[in-house]
Design a protein around this ligand. Structure first.
Ligand SMILES: *[C@@H]1O[C@H](CO)[C@@H](O)[C@H](O)[C@H]1NC(C)=O
Ligand SMILES: *[C@@H]1O[C@H](CO)[C@@H](O)[C@H](O)[C@H]1NC(C)=O
Ligand SMILES: *[C@@H]1O[C@H](CO)[C@@H](O)[C@H](O)[C@H]1NC(C)=O
Length: 250
């Protein structure tokens, strides 16, 4: 081989390896959101290096009390929960939530309460007790991918069930709105009463978790995570116990 050909070949290989620096098994795809209102505003995936990065999502509350999301790849060391990423970033906005994940591609599309623009009356539906449900209770919240259309007097509900000696199961569906308002009031009262004394008498681990919300597809994920998320919004006056909705953005 001629010297110049060998040099060209070496630089081509070098260029290719720079472009494909991340071995396929270490790639993780993360939803990329920049000041997004919903998941439809995040149509692209960023390709990240799962060895050094994680997917993240941040919820920002703007000066006009609107909710926006930012997400993509973030260095693993910046995903440490002890980092104080939450709080007032400047006089115009507050970072109200900042979370990371790396278990599977697109995992950040279910962090910090970001939602898809599914129809308002549509809720995730995975319920082993419901006649005709396509999916039963799931063992992993991410496995629930079926929607149903709820009645006009219903909102979305998620619940976690503990079965002594066996794994947790997660159930999703519709619930009467008035029942939901009572359940949410009770759950928030409990969270409030237990604030700062988690784990003490009366504030121990609860065997069942219920959460309701009235926006399309809002009943995803782990019930207690969603409940804490909505309680956090409630304390910031951006979630209403009457409408069971968060302040609309946009
Ligand atoms: C990323 O790495 C973690 C281990 O650190 C692994 O559990 C996870 O499955 C990986 N994610 C992807 C998308 O391969
Ligand atoms: C939302 O509802 C409308 C009217 O019922 C329907 O035409 C549309 O396909 C629905 N969209 C989705 C994403 O289900
Ligand atoms: C609440 O969520 C966390 C994180 O998913 C989990 O470790 C914990 O067991 C859950 N607690 C209950 C009561 O479900």
């Amino acid at each position: 081989m001629m010297y110049w050909q060998a040099t060209a070949l070496i630089s081509l290989i070098a260029a290719l390896s720079v472009a494909g620096q991340i071995p396929p098994q270490d790639m993780i795809r993360c939803r990329a959101c920049n000041n997004a209102v919903n998941l439809e505003n995040c149509p692209t995936n960023a390709v990240c290096d799962n060895r050094t990065e994680m997917c993240y999502m941040e919820e920002i509350i703007t000066a006009s009390f609107e909710i926006m999301y930012r997400g993509g790849c973030r260095a693993r060391q910046h995903c440490n929960p002890s980092m104080h990423l939450i709080g007032r970033r400047n006089s115009l906005e507050v970072t109200s939530c900042s979370e990371c994940c790396s278990l599977h591609d697109g995992c950040n599309e279910r962090l910090c309460g970001i939602r898809s623009l599914v129809n308002v009356s549509q809720c995730y539906h995975c319920d082993s007790n419901a006649a005709g449900a396509t999916q039963g209770d799931v063992m992993d919240p991410n496995d629930c991918v079926t929607f149903t259309t709820c009645d006009s007097n219903e909102v979305c509900q998620a619940e976690t069930r503990h079965h002594p000696g066996s794994p947790l199961t997660y159930r999703y569906g519709c619930q009467n709105k008035n029942i939901c308002k009572l359940l949410m009031k009770r759950a928030f009262d409990h969270l409030q009463a237990c604030e700062g004394r988690e784990g003490t008498e009366g504030c121990q681990f609860q065997s069942t978790c219920f959460v309701c919300c009235a926006e399309g597809g809002c009943n995803y994920g782990d019930c207690n995570t969603t409940l804490k998320e909505l309680y956090r919004q409630y304390k910031m006056n951006i979630f209403s116990l009457d409408t069971l909705k968060s302040t609309p953005a946009g």
